[in-house]
Design a protein around this ligand. Structure first.
Ligand code: C2E
Ligand code: MG
Ligand code: MG
Ligand code: MG
Length: 277
């Protein structure tokens, strides 16, 4: 009986609410609440220079601490956030959180590493994105070099005029731009010469088993060479093993991120493991 009722509910919502199912309606409702109640947590993953072992940056990765379900990964709510536009206030929260963190480090006299933030293409393509970043930096009295931005190839392929202007303005602020998940987009590499970007983050699907898998090895080696010729920073994502690390070092790719060095973690853990000592 209950099951039947559930199915009817499902159908009811399915028909009347744009084919969205009941689950995603609940998720959307909860997500709206989450934004009002600030139920998000920023996790931080170190970026290292593997040749020196130094931590040279951090990537901020969002988590949702749902009051009933507990910690939820971005993969489970970012798609809906994008679809509903809630990604905009969510991103706003994250940027503020990161600026606050940088200020906290500065005030505590801790060594500051730049923090990178993932920006949805929806937000990046809005005309006021760079202005917003400028205002944020002013509000927190931060130098642009401490805030880094990760966008995907798809963000950059849409509106050439807006993208060019935004990238120029960000450059003026000293904010670095990285292409995330590099190699997985549809794009040609043409944008690498037309747009002012600072570096690429090679997607972890290429790094996996790189030492034993020859296809991944040749693709990654080619991407590293190309990026270096273009004077771009290259960061390898998803480094999990010593074999992968060594292979990358042999290819002169020193900047890395991945479970081998550290998983994304709450700020106190990050400070304890990666900032002090
Ligand atoms: P991303 O920006 O490519 O982030 C890297 C993802 O790979 C993270 O997943 C990280 O936990 C995971 N990762 C890092 N090293 C390893 C490794 O060695 N092995 C494996 N298997 N995984 C590794 P996470 O935190 O679940 O984030 C997933 C994606 O969600 C991110 O991919 C990013 O696209 C998006 N995302 C996360 N936070 C935000 C945010 O604040 N705003 C926006 N717009 N998107 C975000
Ligand atoms: Mg990223
Ligand atoms: Mg990535
Ligand atoms: Mg990504």
């Amino acid at each position: 009986k209950a099951k039947e009722f559930g199915r009817n509910m499902y159908q009811l919502y399915d028909v009347s609410m744009n084919n969205k199912n009941y689950q995603s309606l609940i998720l959307e409702r909860d997500l709206r609440k989450a934004i009002l109640n600030e139920e998000f947590i920023a996790y931080f993953q170190p970026r290292v220079d593997a040749s020196s072992g130094k931590v040279i940056g951090a990537e901020a990765l969002i988590r949702w601490n749902h009051p009933v379900v507990g910690l939820i990964s971005p993969g489970e709510f970012i798609p809906l956030a994008e679809e509903t536009g809630l990604i905009i206030p969510m991103g706003k929260w994250m940027k503020k959180r990161v600026c606050e963190q940088l200020v906290t480090w500065r005030e505590a006299g801790l060594p500051i590493v730049p923090i990178s933030v993932n920006i949805s293409s929806q937000r990046f393509l809005q005309k006021n994105f760079a202005m917003d970043i400028r205002e944020l930096l002013e509000e927190y009295n931060l130098e642009g070099k401490y805030l880094e931005i990760e966008i995907t190839e798809n963000s950059i392929m849409k509106n050439e005029e807006t993208v060019t202007k935004t990238l120029r303005e960000l450059k003026e602020l000293g904010v670095k731009i990285f292409i995330d998940d590099f190699g997985t987009g549809y794009s040609s590499f043409n944008y690498l010469k037309t747009f002012q970007i600072d570096g690429v983050k090679i997607d972890r699907s290429f790094i996996q088993n790189i030492s034993s898998e020859s296809e991944n090895a040749s693709i990654t080696t080619a991407m590293i060479k190309m990026a270096q010729h273009l004077k771009l920073d290259v960061i390898a994502e998803g480094v999990e093993t010593e074999g992968e690390l060594n292979y990358l070092l042999e290819q002169n790719c020193n900047e890395m991120q991945g479970f081998f060095f550290g998983r994304p973690c709450p700020i106190d853990e990050f400070e304890c493991n990666f900032l002090k000592g």
